[in-house]
Design a protein around this ligand. Structure first.
Ligand code: GUN
Length: 303
């Protein structure tokens, strides 16, 4: 039975599973009748446990959607020169459609420099300067994954976003800034608020769509939320679990229980935006494969 509050939950896990199904359909279509499989190269440097889990899942879902993955596990001690040489080798490999360098990189490596070595036509994370420039200019290109997932979930719940006021909490390069541009592309009026913003709660109370991407556990409370607003929670924060001493749990940047009565809809943590990041990475891999070959992007990937 679905209760009133259940219907407010935006199920990112379910949406992501559906999107992966559509990606598989697109991949099967592209591969049928020819000896070709879209291919994602994944580069993991060092032993960061969270990164290992993310990369394992990225590889698993790449294969599940019918694509090929090429994995490069590098020692944390790899030099910047050698890591850039690896990226350049992948750039030059005609069988590689997308390149993902898992972040953060270990100390001593310059992430921005390494990322910017990726051929923009293979930049499935949408993080190179060229991809950021194309997004800013409204030109065709590969868009960052997590912010794309936020727009998809908001559109799925609200339909046309035109004219809605979207407030984004956080101005990071990975989420806040590109999310602002992507919601603008949907004809939203967009406000970014951040640590120096005055009257942050009052601005958030004006939002039809509130995107929280700051990394501050349960910061957004009910009195920050306009009645009926759509809340997209990008935060993934590990905190002590008060119900299980010695254990931890994951919470978002939104105080989920507190906002439930005011919000029109809200993404849970986990199971909201999180699963969308990988699904959008796989979608970008198919888009990159098509763009590089001059093929139309399969309409089944539209949102
Ligand atoms: N680490 C955390 N999120 C991401 C992401 O979206 N892309 C990459 N490359 N690394 C990450």
């Amino acid at each position: 039975m679905t209760s009133k509050t259940d219907s407010k939950v935006i199920d990112g896990k379910e949406y992501a599973a559906g999107l992966r199904g559509r990606i598989k359909t697109a991949v099967d279509d592209l591969s049928s009748g020819q000896d070709y499989t879209p291919t994602l190269a994944v580069v993991l440097v060092g032993e960061d446990p969270a990164s290992r889990v993310y990369v394992r899942n990225k590889i698993k879902f790449t294969k599940e959607t019918g694509m090929r993955s090429v994995e490069h596990q590098c020692e944390a001690s790899i030099s910047q020169t050698d890591l850039i040489a690896l990226v350049r080798t992948l750039n030059a490999d005609p069988d590689v459609d997308g390149i993902l360098v898992q972040l953060p990189l270990p100390d001593g490596l310059d992430s921005a420099k390494v990322i910017d070595e990726i051929d923009p036509s293979k930049d499935v994370d949408g993080l190179t300067e060229v991809s950021a420039g194309r997004l800013t200019l409204g030109k065709t290109g590969l868009r960052p994954c997590t912010p794309t997932g936020c727009v998809m979930l908001a559109k799925d719940r609200l339909g046309d976003l035109s004219g809605k006021h979207c407030v984004i909490i956080g101005r990071s390069i990975l989420v806040g800034k590109p999310a602002a541009l992507l919601f603008l592309e949907q004809n939203c009026s967009v406000t970014i608020v951040h640590s120096r913003t005055q009257n942050i709660e009052a601005i958030c109370r004006n939002a039809d769509i509130l995107v929280a991407a700051v990394g501050r556990p349960e910061m957004v409370k009910a009195d920050w939320v306009k009645d009926g607003a759509c809340l997209i929670d990008v935060g993934i924060n590990r905190v002590k679990n008060p119900d299980r001493p010695g254990k931890t749990k994951l919470v978002g940047d939104v105080d989920y229980q507190d906002v439930l009565s005011a919000a029109g809809s809200v993404t849970p943590v986990p199971g909201g935006v999180g699963p969308m990041t990988i699904a959008c990475l796989l979608r970008n891999t198919v888009i990159a494969a098509c763009l590089r070959r001059g093929w139309d992007t399969p309409s089944v990937l539209d949102f």
